[in-house]
Design a protein around this ligand. Structure first.
Ligand code: APR
Length: 171
């Protein structure tokens, strides 16, 4: 049975097997989630990321957690919102699914997601939230024994309430 958890806070402080980073294509750090994770992980994370050769939008790559409480980090690159006609929804779906595939392959039992693409990348929150929840729920339905816990780490009370309300409606 996979437990879905919704919390508000800084994802870099979450002690899960793996936390997901809202990265950019260079994988060399940035602001927001990316900045918080790199700050807390220390320089070893950047050094490891430099060996990855970047990452395309929709894809994901895994590194160690370094000084983070989490054991691993999955870096995924969300789509930049461009009005909605450039397959932004498909790419965001792929971010969640590809992160889950990697975590499952590694036998990681708990995974924490931020609200990918809804900050600097301007993906409308009300459109991103159903993608995040529907994609993870359908993955769990097809892989019921893959995860013990899936955590959504929101950064505002509004996002937290919206995620909880949506999940209880369809969960
Ligand atoms: N923990 C959890 N959530 C956070 C944190 C944090 N420490 N910091 C910000 N957020 C929230 C934001 O409020 C937003 O809802 O995470 C969501 C994603 O915001 P961003 O971090 O800006 O990520 P994104 O929109 O995917 O943009 C990625 O921003 O930081 C750069 O290098 C990154 O270029 C990339 C781009």
């Amino acid at each position: 049975m996979t437990v879905f958890e919704f919390i508000k806070g800084d994802i870099s402080e979450v002690k899960a097997d793996v936390i997901v980073n809202a990265a950019n294509k260079t994988l060399l750090g940035g602001g927001g989630v990316d900045g918080a994770i790199h700050r807390r992980a220390g320089p070893g994370l950047l050094a490891e990321c430099m060996s990855l050769g970047g990452c395309a939008a929709g894809l994901a790559k895994i590194t160690g957690g370094h000084r983070l409480p989490a054991k691993f980090v999955i870096h995924t690159v969300g789509p930049v919102w461009n009005g909605g006609n450039k397959d932004e929804a498909g790419l965001l779906t792929a971010c969640y699914r590809n992160s889950l595939v990697i975590a499952k392959e590694r036998g990681l039992r708990s995974i924490a997601f931020p609200a990918i693409s809804t900050g600097v990348y301007r993906f409308p929150r009300e459109l991103a939230m159903p993608i995040a929840i529907n994609t993870t729920m359908s993955f769990v339905k097809s892989n019921p024994s893959a995860f013990d816990k899936i955590i959504f780490v929101l950064f505002s009370d509004e996002d937290l309430e919206n995620y909880k309300a949506y999940f209880s409606k369809i969960g």
